[in-house]
Each structure stands twice: as C-alpha cells, then as structure tokens.
Design a protein around this ligand. Sequence first.
Ligand SMILES: [Zn+2]
Ligand SMILES: [Zn+2]
Length: 193
Amino acid sequence: MRITGIEIPPPSCLASVRVTRAEGDFRQKLIEQFVSDVDDAESLERHRKLERTEEWLSTRDELEVWRVGCPCGDEKGKIFGVGVDQEFSAPVFYGCTKCAARGLIFDPSLHGYNAETAKKKKKVRAAPPAKAALHCRGCKTTVWRPAVVVTYQGEPPNIAPGRGLQDYFDAILIGGQCIGCSNFALRYSAECA
Ligand SMILES: [Zn+2]
Ligand SMILES: [Zn+2]
C-alpha cells in the first residue's frame, strides 16, 4: 500500500531510541540499497506486460526510512545482534558510542505484522546475548549512522484497537551509512509477514 505522502509515525519497536524520518540523499541512498533503479524499472515493465487495470505502485512508495540515534543526541552508533556462525540475527539493538546507552530496535517475536496478528500473547523469547556488532563489508568499521527501512507491501491490514498501521510492517531492513567509508548498506533484513 502507498505509504509516501501519509506521514506514517515510527513503529513502536523504535520507542527506546531517537527516531527521525530520513530525508534527502541519505533516504534515497538507502532506498536504492533495497530497490535499485533496475528493480524498479523491471517491476513497472512486468506490470505493463500483464496489462493490469490497477495503477502500478513502486515498492519505493510502500516503505518508510527512519534514522536511529541516541536519546543523548548522538546520531552515530553500533548495531548489535546475535552472532552465530557468521550470521547476524535478531534481536537487534542500537548502541550509542558516546554515552553507552542501548535500545532495542527489532525483535521478531514482538514486532512486525506476524507479531501483531498472532493469536497467542507476545512474549520475549530467550535469545543468546546480542553482542555481535554489525560491520561494514567495505572497511570493517562497526560504527554507523544507523537507519531502519520498514515496508508495507500488500493490502492494508486489519488494525487492532489501540494499535497503529506503522506496527504492521511486512519486512524490516537495518543498516545505515558507515562512518568509516561513507558507504550505505542494509545488512540485516527480516520478513515479518
Ligand atoms: Zn548516547
Ligand atoms: Zn565502511
């Protein structure tokens, strides 16, 4: 569903970190990491070939990009997860490099479409400690200007009372801009629907 233009609030999984809507070049560079110009053009081409009656919607219009920082005001930080056999997995935390504050970004048992629509009551699953810091593939730096992309593909969900559309994301991607080499990357992703 179209998210651009509706000013959706940040999802509640980002409640313990400082969140700002990503704008300008920073936003565009991260979106390109997820949906390249080629991907976008191919999607439009497929849509035209199928002669669909509904308007074509770019995946780029079905997402929001949030910058994640520290309540202390710092916009840099590390991204921690559980490291098992070279794999980086959830839960994912933000860690400030200035004041050492730490905040949860994403736990699949609590956040996203499936967690919101699950019949059973949510509970925090026992996970190994999230000690692995996500590093840049280019320069191995572990400090980022962190960002989160959440997507809302498909039909609008049935929203439970007291909840908001922003919490029904079907995918989440976590990364940002590397402080060392300035590259943009989305290094963690999860399907939530
Ligand atoms: Zn801080
Ligand atoms: Zn780098």
